[in-house]
Design a protein around this ligand. Structure first.
Ligand code: R5P
Length: 318
């Protein structure tokens, strides 16, 4: 290939604007190279991405993994642009106005997408007539440009049933259990709503401690209510486990219920720490500690998302 400088031939884990640290860890777990693709913004805010010339050959490896979040909205565009650039390079569309590359053979399929935080996951149903089925729409968009997708702790995987590409829904609950066990040693795990029962009970099972759940009604984005329930938590160290924390309302209300029933310590753990609108300071006055993965950069990220994504990618890549 004219113009291509010598490069590593190791299959790469690629990253753009998001997920660089996860990509780095993933590459060590999977025995691949981490290759950072160029990513910046034009003055009007539009995104720009590029496969650097020195990485062209590696991106044409048998298989490549791209780590990219579909959050916030710019993350969706970024993911599509990266997949587009990677796809072009793999098809051999290399000639350009400025660089000394010539078109090459199509190397065929082999692009796998790892999504640490899948944005729009919670718009998983048509709650009201005329709404967009956002969770499925985003998956349909990105699945056009890859051969398989691993998604970490997706809110409601069933929404992806009709998406054309293979998908692996992986969970960081084993790593969260390990961290809670070593940092907190909980006696009791609480799921703050029915939706988190399977995740939280997995953590309780791995730690070997008691488990229960609350029933939650969401009044609006900032207000939730729990149905009162007797919990055997007096004098106990409790960890509330959920898939994500956004406003913190769910955790704060669950913590109030636990404190009223005599819990000695209350901790919160989740995969995705969104922490919108002052959530962290609200949480600081309700819980003794907060633990999240690094699926989204945040000051409480202490658990790596990479092992879980690696489990999914191994299945997808065979
Ligand atoms: C919803 O069912 C999710 O599992 C979380 O419980 C929810 O997104 C948390 O949101 P917030 O922190 O705003 O209460």
């Amino acid at each position: 290939m004219k113009g291509a400088p010598p490069a590593s031939t190791q299959m790469p884990v690629l990253s753009g604007a998001s997920g660089g640290e996860i990509a780095q860890s993933l590459s060590s777990i999977l025995g691949m190279d981490h290759v950072k693709l160029e990513s910046r913004r034009f003055p009007d805010g539009e995104g720009y991405v590029k496969v650097p010339p020195e990485s062209i050959q590696q991106v044409r490896s048998e298989r490549v993994v791209l780590v990219s979040n579909t959050y916030p909205d710019s993350g969706i565009m970024q993911t599509l642009l990266l997949l587009g650039a990677i796809g072009d390079v793999r098809k051999g569309n290399l000639s350009s106005l400025k660089d000394d590359f010539e078109d090459a053979d199509d190397v065929g399929p082999g692009v796998f997408l790892a999504i640490p935080y899948y944005g729009y996951a919670r718009q998983d149903k048509r709650f009201s007539v005329g709404e967009s089925g956002s969770a499925k729409l985003v998956a349909e968009l990105v699945s056009e440009y890859c051969e398989g997708i691993a998604i970490l702790d997706l809110h409601a995987p069933e929404v992806m049933d009709e998406v054309s590409q293979p998908m692996e829904f992986v969970s960081s609950m084993p790593e969260i259990a390990e961290t809670l066990q070593s940092e907190v040693s909980p006696d009791f795990i609480l799921s703050p709503d029915k939706g988190a029962i399977s995740r939280a009970s997995e953590v309780a099972g791995l730690i070997g401690c008691d488990f229960s759940y609350l029933e939650k009604t969401r009044i609006d984005a900032h207000t939730i209510e729990h149905t009162p329930k007797d919990l055997d938590v007096s004098g106990k160290i409790v960890a509330i486990v959920d898939d994500m924390i956004s406003t913190g309302g769910t955790i704060c209300r669950a913590s109030d219920a636990l404190r009223r029933q005599g819990a000695k310590e209350v901790h919160a753990a989740c995969t995705h720490g969104l922490f919108t609108g002052g959530a962290l300071s609200r949480l600081a006055s309700h819980v003794d500690g907060v633990y999240t993965t690094d699926s989204l950069p945040n000051p409480r990220a202490s658990v790596s998302a990479a092992p879980a994504l690696a489990r999914g990618l191994r299945v997808l890549m065979g």
